[in-house]
Design a protein around this ligand. Structure first.
Ligand code: ADP
Ligand code: MG
Length: 704
């Protein structure tokens, strides 16, 4: 396996072998320090890449990017550039590596591109290594418009990494850690998914088109026994997982954990964390590869947040932290007072950032599909709060309530003494677990659990990095103001930390996030409890959001507008498609079958009437008469429901503003879909099993 790891990655050691040392060092300066790339360096790197790729079976290359659809995209071009005397000529120049350009007018831009300047450009991201998938060399790229506005997640993500780096490094220098050169945000993504037998999967139009079941009666057994989580992995699923890990490892994706998840047919794969940019590309690759590996094993893989009603949906926990170039984790409690000062400072700043920009952090994980999962007694609620665990909470409370010169003596050399002794080293394995919190401290990192399984984690990481960078920047400014007034640096730092802890008290919650009491309590605390997704999207355009994103250089106002537009547009389109599929299945599949069964019963009743005297007939056919009536009731409700839903859609589609349209879909179309589902699920329990046209939950979830 060793030699197979990263076999298809144009990794650092491959480059070292294939570029001369001077060229390799130049490349590293470009990658690590953002130095400008000259054409001759680009040409030579490109040629080395092509030779390596072709030796490993590639014939094509693609500029791989993730537009705002959240799905990987790219056009494949052959290395073949011409033919001379029947001999192929292969070319891959520096220009071809660095920049791609194409008619991207069909990709969402939220109004950033007028049709006359529909071009989108892709730019090589040298911080994320190229790799070969099949016969194509994939070059990770950023995607932006003619005027340089971001049309993807990578561009703002890289900007957010820069912002965090700048603010955190300055802060560390202030603390005296002048040897730190850079700070990077890190993330480890846990990916949940479902596997469904492909034969059943391909017989469910809703699963194939929308990624979720639009109806389906509850099976006799769900997840109530808790017998799937961590249980023995079935042979067929294991064969799939082994294949998946092998494929991911060959692509340099360090998948580490695999297990059965809570719902039947639900699983998880988690990779070892790395810097957010690479981890994001890796997670995107996981989502791409997992589907094709599933197909090889005759499974359909569902990445949707809520493929089945009544059992858990899928998330993508984002484990986030900050690390220095020396490999130190800034959210790891240390074992000496100076390290603990640093820990406390970063911890307090992150909590304060989440407190201030919780709405943006929640927005980053909000979508129609995730809305079906969040807050459903299985996944974090849509209210953002921070869980810290009893020990850390006690330390913070102690800091907040202490007078600077009393319990906490300031020792210039050693940093802050907390008056609670050193923060025990045990912390790392000793943090309490709270699965109900959307944003939980887990010993040396925060776990943002609200992110959906089908989402690119870029949006979440951008929001978090941005908020934290902004808060760290303010922290610096506040400390500088105090020291300018003559206050000692250590004391100034302590005062700001203390204030942050006090100010962000409302966002801290260690109790049960699923409970109704919490909803009431959160409201009392003044936390944002909005549940309407189209309204949640508004936060992008709030004054504080625009200021924060502009100050940190991550989004300008125009880009925020475009993202908001795309969010509303996507929200509408997803529901629109679901609603069409539901209408089709209801009218052309369910109703005809239910009616046919009803005719059979009617036939039976009339035959009985012909055979038996009236009293006896009434008694004997009572059951069938009842079913006939029920079928009539449900089919007419479905027919009326589809009509209503279609009308709601028509009315909504006429609305010009994307926001208002999204609201109309949220307020009117979704409820009418729910009503139709109710009646279809009732019919499923009545109609002859032999006749029912679609695989049921019990088959989808239990037959493997
Ligand atoms: P859980 O118990 O939450 O299910 P997993 O083992 O499934 O934990 O996933 C934990 C994730 O956290 C892994 O991806 C791991 O690499 C990641 N992780 C660990 N330390 C850090 C860190 N300092 N920064 C970011 N992610 C981290
Ligand atoms: Mg896990």
């Amino acid at each position: 396996m060793n030699s197979e790891y990263a076999k298809y990655v144009f990794a650092e050691d491959v480059m070292k072998q294939r570029l001369d040392i001077e060229l390799f060092n130049r490349f590293k300066a470009i990658r690590d320090e953002g130095k400008a790339l000259s054409e001759s360096v680009a040409d030579r790197v490109a040629e080395a890449m092509r030779l390596w790729a072709m030796e490993n079976g590639a014939t094509h290359y693609t500029h791989w990017f993730i537009p705002l659809t959240g799905l990987s995209a790219g056009k494949h071009e052959a290395f073949l550039s011409g033919v001379k005397n029947d001999h192929p000529i292969y070319t891959f120049s520096g220009n071809m590596l660095i920049k791609g350009e194409g008619d991207a007018s069909s990709l969402p831009s939220g109004g950033l591109r007028a049709t006359f300047e529909a071009r989108g450009y892709t730019a090589w991201d040298p911080t994320s290594p190229a790799f070969i998938l099949g016969t194509t060399l994939y070059i990770p790229t950023a995607f932006y418009s003619y005027h340089g506005e971001a049309l993807d997640q990578k561009t703002p993500l890289l900007r957010s990494m820069q912002a965090v780096n700048a603010a955190a490094t300055r802060l560390l220098h202030l603390l005296g850690e002048t040897d730190v050169k850079s700070v990077k945000a890190t993330v480890g993504a846990e990916q949940e998914y479902f596997l469904i037998d492909r034969d059943y999967y391909s017989r469910r139009l809703d699963l194939m088109v929308t990624g979720r079941t639009l109806f389906g009666a509850k099976p006799p057994k769900g997840q109530e026994l808790g017998d799937h989580y961590y249980s023995r992995i079935r042979t067929r699923v294991m064969a799939f997982m082994e294949d998946l890990d092998r494929t991911l490892w060959s692509l340099g994706v360090p998948s580490k954990t695999r297990h059965n998840e809570t719902a039947p047919a639900q699983y998880e794969v988690a990779s070892i964390f790395s810097t957010v940019n690479i981890a994001l590309d890796h997670n995107q690759l996981v989502m791409q590869v997992i589907r094709s590996v599933a197909r090889r094993h005759n499974f359909g893989c569902l990445l949707h947040e809520k493929p089945f009603d009544g059992v858990n949906g899928s998330g993508k926990h984002n484990n986030w932290s900050l690390a220095t170039d020396g490999g130190e984790n800034l959210l790891s409690p240390g074992d000496n007072p100076a390290e603990n000062t640093r820990f406390l400072l970063f911890l307090a700043a992150v909590i304060r950032a989440v407190d201030r920009y919780g709405d943006l952090i929640r927005l980053s994980a909000s979508s129609h599909s995730n809305d079906l999962r969040l807050g459903g007694h299985e996944a974090p609620p849509a209210i953002i709060s921070v869980f810290l665990g009893s020990q850390i909470s006690a330390v913070l409370d102690k800091v907040a309530s202490s007078k600077t010169d009393e319990a906490i003596a300031i020792d210039k050399k050693a940093g802050l003494k907390l008056g609670v002794g050193q923060i025990p080293e045990l912390f790392i394995d000793n943090t309490d677990r709270n699965r109900t919190s959307p944003f939980a401290f887990t010993g040396n990192r925060f776990e943002f659990r609200a992110v959906g399984s089908s989402e690119n984690c870029g949006a979440a990481m951008i929001a978090l990095n941005a908020a934290v960078a902004h808060q760290l920047g303010e922290f610096l400014a506040e400390v500088e103001t105090l020291t300018a007034k003559g206050e000692a640096k250590e004391k100034a730092i302590f005062e700001v930390v203390k204030r942050y802890i006090k100010e962000s008290a409302p966002i801290r919650f260690d109790g049960n996030g699923y409970s109704d009491e919490w909803k009431a309590e959160a409201k009392k605390r003044g936390l944002d409890c909005e549940t309407s997704v189209p309204v949640i999207f508004d936060s992008y355009l709030s004054e504080s959001s625009v200021k924060m994103f502009e100050d940190t250089g991550i989004f300008n106002k125009k880009e925020l507008h475009s993202r908001c537009e795309v969010k509303w547009e996507t929200y509408v389109k997803k529901i629109q498609i679901e609603s069409r599929v539901l209408g089709d299945l209801a009218m052309n599949h369910i109703i005809p079958v239910a009616t046919e069964y009803q005719s059979k019963l009617l036939d039976n009743v009339s035959k009985m009437a012909a055979l038996f005297p009236e009293d006896l007939d009434k008694k004997l056919s009572a059951q069938n008469r009842l079913i006939i009536e029920r079928i009539a009731g449900h089919t007419s409700e479905i027919t009326l429901g589809v009509e209503k839903m279609t009308n709601e859609r028509k009315v909504a589609n006429k609305i010009e503003s994307e926001r208002e349209k999204a609201l109309a879909y949220h307020n009117n179309v979704v409820p009418s879909m729910d009503a139709i589902r109710y009646h279809i699920d009732k019919l499923e329990l009545i109609v002859d099993n032999e006749m029912w046209p679609l695989p049921k939950y019990r088959e989808l979830l239990f037959v493997r």
